[in-house]
Design a protein around this ligand. Structure first.
Ligand code: AMP
Ligand code: ZN
Length: 506
């Protein structure tokens, strides 16, 4: 299907992008042309990114957020860490980003959860929303600028449905629910099936689907507003069509367009959201004709591949999931989980294993050790970052976020830095320059520590202090016992000329 994407046309005109790294003085401008490219699900191709902002400075992005009916698993977090990487990388490239991630706090699974828990809706969703943000932060994700809750946008949702009814694209059914008519939408000249090819021959015309989640074999008119039924309990709002609640898809159209405007740059989510959720979002948003002539609702659709377990999608329904909390209880840290989630390219699915997390620990400790040594050599010296390293790093990420190549550059740099450190070949200011480079790289990867013990649990540092006190009192029996206790908890003490240092056992 031919897709008219204005970004494709404009992309060819704008071939002169310079990179502006704006992380404080001195500002670094790379002379080499390095356009940022992404795989856009809308065009099914890798495309140069051109922001809508004529000044080329602002990027507006939306990522579908969590459905707060349970604790999110690390499969969900793979998608949120991916969105965080994209936001951080835009910022690294000097764009001013406006990042929205909604909270889905009313849909079918939530209604079921409210019914089973007998809790009021807000208490039920508030509990899981709170837990979600704790894990989100522990995994190093930057808080989006807006985190709208669907239940706080009911007026906007109703207004959007009214527009669709006024255009003849939505209709009220006998039970008081409102449906989106695919036939009327197509009849008005719109394309249904922009993100994927749909086989309309197999479509059962005239059928309707009221569930929020459905398969593409049953393309059908989908619910925008669901009339109140007994199972909804206290979860309902007044509307021009009677009491009821919104469908899931309309929530994201209403929130994204209210906060970012009728057309914006980037929309993200996991690959399972391509159909029906994102296709329906396009239909609702473009069906309401809020965009300027010839403009899309969204120019770039980015979808992340799934995190798997033994080849199957990690999901609540299969029961094959780990939450971040499950892994914290196994003594893994947020940055180790984040590292693992960031090792594969976003369009590649990969299997989660605990061994993978042990590998993440080993890799991070290599970086940590190098940084610790650099800090010792740098002392109080300061210096500007090394532009050659940053350029290689960003060339990798410009290439549709080639994260393996980016990590390759980082570990090559660690290897070379270690070699120079071992030969005492780095001056204080060279070590400071290396640290400044790492800070910029880490502003994108978000896995670093600012000091060697930022990631050590308080219980462990407390034990180290007790061990030092025992040694001072020459109570070596006690100090050995504490050393053994630390070992049992996964930590070893290395005594260095600068004092004891804690290291995780890989
Ligand atoms: P939900 O809370 O179910 O609405 O999902 C939140 C996000 O997690 C969506 O973008 C999903 O596409 C994504 N997601 C769900 N399962 C996985 C998985 N196994 N791997 C990667 N992303 C996932
Ligand atoms: Zn959404």
């Amino acid at each position: 299907m031919e897709v008219n994407n204005p970004a494709i046309e404009r992309g060819s005109v704008r071939g002169d992008i310079n990179l502006h790294f704006s992380f404080g003085a001195p500002t670094l401008i790379c002379s080499v042309e390095m356009p940022l490219k992404f795989f856009n699900t809308l065009s099914r191709s890798v495309q140069e990114f051109v922001p809508r902002d004529p000044a080329g400075k602002q990027v507006r992005m939306y990522c579908c957020g969590p459905t707060v009916y349970d604790v999110a698993h690390i499969g969900n977090f793979r998608t949120f860490v991916f969105a965080d990487l994209v936001r951080r990388y835009f910022e690294f490239k000097g764009y001013a980003v406006e990042h929205v991630m909604n909270i889905t706090d009313v849909e079918d699974k939530i209604i079921k959860g409210v019914r089973n828990s007998k809790m009021p809706l807000r208490d039920f969703t508030g509990k899981y929303e709170g837990l979600f943000f704790e894990d989100f932060q522990a995994l190093g994700c930057l808080r989006p600028h807006h985190t709208p809750r669907a239940t706080e946008f009911i007026a906007e949702i109703i207004a959007l449905i009214e527009k669709l009814i006024a255009r003849g694209i939505a209709y009220k059914a006998a039970d008081g629910s409102v449906y989106f008519s695919i036939e009327k939408y197509q009849g008005a000249g719109h394309c249904y099936g922009q993100l994927l090819k749909l086989n309309f021959e197999e479509m059962r015309r005239g059928e309707r689907v009221s569930n929020d989640e459905y398969e593409k074999e049953s393309i059908a008119d989908f619910a925008l507003w669901k009339a109140r039924v007994a199972d909804d309990g206290d979860v309902f709002w007044a509307s021009p069509w009677g009491e009821g609640r919104p469908g899931w898809h309309i929530e994201c159209s209403a929130m994204s367009m209210k906060l970012l405007g009728p057309s914006f740059d980037v929309h993200m989510g996991g690959e399972d959201l391509v159909f029906p959720h994102h296709e329906d979002e396009i239909a609702q948003s473009e069906g309401a004709a809020a965009q300027k002539q010839g403009e899309h609702f969204v120019n770039y659709w980015l979808h992340g591949a799934h995190l798997l377990v033994e080849g199957k999608k990690m999901s609540k329904s299969l029961g094959n999931f780990y939450t971040a909390r499950d892994l914290f209880a196994k003594n893994f840290s947020g940055r180790e989980i984040r590292y693992l989630l960031l090792t594969a390219h976003y369009r590649e699915s990969f299997n989660f294993t605990l061994d993978g997390l042990h590998g993440a620990r080993t890799a991070l400790s290599r970086i940590d050790e190098c940084l610790t040594k650099l800090r010792e050599v740098a002392g109080t010296a300061t210096a500007a970052a090394d532009s050659a390293l940053l350029q290689k790093f960003s060339e990798a990420l410009d290439d549709d976020l080639n994260i393996s190549q980016a990590w390759g550059e980082v570990f090559e740099w660690v290897r070379e830095t270690n070699r120079l450190l071992a030969g005492n070949q780095l001056s204080a200011s060279q070590a400071a320059a290396a640290l400044a480079s790492w800070d910029k790289i880490n502003s994108v990867l978000g896995v670093g520590t600012t000091s060697q013990d930022a990631d050590i649990p308080a219980e462990i540092t407390g034990l180290l202090e007790q061990r030092q006190a025992a040694r001072k009192a020459k109570d070596f029996k006690r100090s050995d016992a504490i050393r053994d206790e630390l070992k049992a908890k996964g930590w070893v003490i290395e005594d260095t000329p600068k004092g004891p240092r804690l290291k995780r056992i890989s």
